[in-house]
Write a protein that binds this ligand. Structure first.
Ligand code: NAG
Ligand code: NAG
Ligand code: NAG
Ligand code: NAG
Length: 567
């Protein structure tokens, strides 16, 4: 007994003098660099890395159970959303986790700052040499063949054995940035629209306008004034031009004030210089939310940090943490950017997905464009094209993924992102819809082994996605992509939320359980068309009666949605 006490104090004494080299345990790894990256050399040992540390949340599973409980229409707690404090009680790391991680950092002479409301995310800065030592990593320079983009990452890292269960992940480590710079999912494919003779005069399908979408989806033009609000995210330096919005409203919404505009929130130095070099994506997203969701207050969240060494996932996290920190966040958030799922590590993907579960529990609907590469993720043939590639965050079950349509009557547009996640298994809300699709179409021989039919299917819904008129620098130009569809669907939900609030009812919150149980009856099922792959080995998936991995459950019919909601 005595000798073991002596031994213990001796070890403790050593720990004070110099960091105790703790037992390390492998935590995350990749067999090889993803899609088109190769290791081209060691990272300079003095390069400073900003590492984000996620602490294990005390009851993330409990939060998800509660999220389902308030989001399943048949639940007695349906619509009983949680307060900020109630969500934080699930998410905050335990005192044990906080002290274990802090002790490890201070033993190593590292100071940290807290970057999330509950302290589940910390930020540290360490040189490469120290990060290598601390995490038994090999931070190296990886270069992407087609774009020459260079990034410092490691193929594996470990954490101290005694931090397992306390430290969820360290980032950036094994998640890689999009080598193409995280472009928005705006796309100008050579798709030619056609329409039947009976299409109404409201629509010229070479130039989709708010009036056409109001006609197609029976969207109201009456002002929404009961407290519904909508957030639009902007990344990679994209910001909207207020003067272009005024021109757009003057041209297409003469019935509302041309001074109607958006509120700006800038995160991490996100810009809004109004100097005439606005982004087409941001202008699209703002013009088709402010211009369609009549009088719903729209907030544009301009997220900075798009320089080469930062990462899209950091921007997603910063956006979610901002929303989570609000007492009353906007009840709908739409994002027209995404990334191929395989670039992001599973742990990081799960953690980010958890931020959307937190927002869902607060009653926020999170919408993401499904992508413009059909079954081929970000449509980058240069990186090889051997399997179907699901997009992120669309694969996260707590977001609603929006695919695209074309023509009147509508059919699936062939660039509509769709397929099955490799990270999330089929969620319960898809337990009827997805097997029904697979039973009919799941056995196309040429697609065998190209996708993971046990995964969550995407998209959930769709909306028109071709040739939207967008004003940029005073001139009108056509824009296509699921980037058009997500703001359109988000607007529909924001308007429905306002009608619910007017009736004294809760907003729709996390949409998916409701959509698959009831909401589908307020959608127009799209049953024709397919999505393409980046090589000619397959035509992708077919649209079909019911849910399909091209257009989900279908496109909105606002009047029918209100009927389904009993309004
Ligand atoms: C997508 O559809 C358009 C017609 O709308 C066609 O011209 C184009 O070739 C198709 N793309 C692929 C990759 O199949
Ligand atoms: C439809 O829009 C296109 C593109 O803006 C335009 O060239 C064409 O004249 C329009 N057609 C009608 C009938 O307005
Ligand atoms: C507008 O401001 C941005 C950000 O400061 C800058 O990058 C861009 O060059 C400016 N454009 C013009 C036309 O001044
Ligand atoms: C397929 O998806 C499941 C989750 O549904 C996952 O556990 C599995 O690893 C995936 N397979 C591949 C090859 O990615």
């Amino acid at each position: 007994m005595l000798s073991s006490i002596l031994l213990a104090s001796w070890v403790f004494g050593m720990a004070l003098a110099s960091p105790l080299k703790r037992g390390l345990q492998a935590h995350e790894s990749r067999a090889k660099p993803p899609g088109g990256y190769t290791l081209t050399g060691p990272a300079p040992s003095d390069t400073l890395l900003s590492l984000r540390l996620a602490l294990v949340q005390n009851d993330a599973a409990g939060l998800v159970d509660t999220l389902y409980d308030v989001s399943i229409p048949s639940s007695t707690n349906y619509g009983g959303y949680l307060s900020k404090e109630e969500v934080e009680a699930f998410i905050a790391p335990t005192a044990d986790s906080v002290s274990a991680v802090n002790a490890w950092l201070s033993d190593n002479g590292i100071s940290s700052s807290t970057i999330s409301p509950t302290g589940d995310w910390l930020l540290i800065q360490v040189p490469v040499s120290k990060a290598d030592d601390l995490l038994d990593a090999q931070f190296s320079v990886f270069t992407h063949a087609a774009t020459n983009k260079q990034t410092i990452r490691t193929l594996a890292y470990s954490i101290p054995t005694d931090l397992v269960g306390h430290l969820d992940l360290v980032h950036p480590t094994v998640s890689f940035p999009n080598p193409y710079g995280h472009p928005p999912v705006v796309y100008s494919p050579q798709v030619e629209s056609t329409r039947s003779d009976y299409a109404a005069s409201q629509c010229n399908i070479s130039a989709i306008t708010p009036a056409c979408l109001q006609y197609l989806y029976s969207l109201p033009t009456t002002p929404a004034t009961h407290g519904s609000a909508l957030a639009v995210t902007g990344y990679v330096g994209q910001w909207p031009q207020r003067a272009d919005l005024a021109t757009f409203l003057g041209e297409y919404r003469a019935d509302i004030s041309p001074s109607t505009t958006y509120n700006l929130v800038s995160l991490n130095g996100g810009i809004d210089p109004q100097n005439g070099s606005a982004g087409i994506e941001a202008n699209l997203d703002i013009q088709y939310t402010v211009g369609l969701a009549t009088d719903v207050p729209v907030t544009f969240i301009s997220v900075g940090g798009s320089s080469d060494d930062t990462d899209f996932t950091d921007e997603l996290l910063d956006t979610a943490l901002y929303m989570i920190g609000l007492g009353s966040p906007p009840q709908v958030m739409t994002t027209s950017y995404g990334v191929d799922e395989y670039l992001i590590s599973e742990k990081l993907a799960y953690n980010l997905c958890g931020t959307y579960a937190q927002l869902g529990a607060r009653g926020v609907s999170i919408l993401f464009a499904s992508g413009d590469g059909g079954v081929s993720g970000g449509h980058y043939p240069a990186d090889g094209c051997t399997t179907f590639i699901p997009t992120f965050p669309s694969g996260c079950p707590y977001v609603t993924s929006v695919g695209g349509t074309i023509n009147i009557p509508q059919t699936a547009v062939n660039f509509s992102g769709g397929g099955f996640s490799n990270y999330w298994a089929r969620p319960s809300f898809q337990s009827v819809a997805v097997p029904a699709y697979l039973a009919l179409y799941g056995s196309k021989p040429m697609d065998a082994g190209l996708y993971n039919a046990s995964g969550r299917g995407i998209p959930d819904v769709a909306a028109y996605a071709v040739d939207f008129d967008v004003v940029l620098d005073g001139a009108t130009e056509p824009v296509s992509g699921t980037s058009c569809a997500s703001p359109t669907f988000a607007t529909t939900i924001a308007l429905a939320n306002d009608a619910l609030l007017a009736a004294g009812r809760p907003v729709l919150g996390w949409l998916n359980p409701w959509l698959y149980a009831e909401g589908w009856q307020g959608l127009t099922d799209i049953t024709t068309g397919n999505n393409f792959a980046c090589s000619d080995f397959t035509t992708g998936f077919e649209a079909a009666v019911g849910w399909d991995p091209v257009t989900g459950l279908g496109t909105p019919d606002y009047a029918a949605l209100l009927r389904i909601l009993g309004l």
